[in-house]
Design a protein around this ligand. Structure first.
Ligand code: DQA
Length: 153
């Protein structure tokens, strides 16, 4: 009998962050809180160890790079947590990439966009997402991790 276990290493969950999230901690703390993106990455990494899963945590200010990472996720991830930040509200390219990726995806926002300016009330991510978490600050990332694990069962 062939042992294929070496060929099927568990794939990480991609945690992808869009523009200006590198500024967390100092960026509008009354809206986004005081945790830095590094703090959030550390929280996610700790919870991932507890859950026994791998995560690949990234941030970019570039729409094209975010789309390239979602394309990569199709082959290289078991699911996606996405805070696309401002591109949430503008990017048809992001929507198309998520649909093409065919992976469970949880959309996360630190703030609740529906309590904010009208231009934040449209999401190009939500119609292609398995779930949406917003308004819960950094803990939304941890809930998204647990949500993806639950979806995989
Ligand atoms: C955000 C909400 C977006 O409207 C905004 O453009 C962001 C951050 C959030 O996490 O609350 O940059 O995605």
């Amino acid at each position: 009998m062939t042992n294929t276990s070496a060929l099927s290493a568990p794939l990480p969950i991609f945690v992808l962050n869009g523009p200006n999230l590198n500024l967390l901690g100092s960026r509008e703390p009354e809206i986004y809180g005081t945790d830095t993106l590094g703090d959030i990455e550390a929280m996610v990494a700790k919870r991932a160890v507890e859950l026994g899963i791998l995560v690949d945590f990234r941030q970019t200010n570039s729409e094209g790079e975010l789309i390239t990472w979602i394309q990569e996720a199709r082959e290289a991830s078991s699911g996606i947590i996405l805070n696309a930040a401002a591109y949430t509200h503008t990017s048809v390219g992001l929507f198309d990439a998520i649909v093409a990726a065919q992976k469970p995806l949880i959309e996360v926002h630190l703030s609740n966009p529906y309590k904010r300016e009208a231009f934040r009330h449209t999401s190009f991510v939500s119609p292609a997402a398995s779930g949406v978490i917003c308004g819960l600050g950094a803990s939304g990332y941890l809930l998204a991790l647990e949500g993806l694990v639950a979806l995989a069962k």
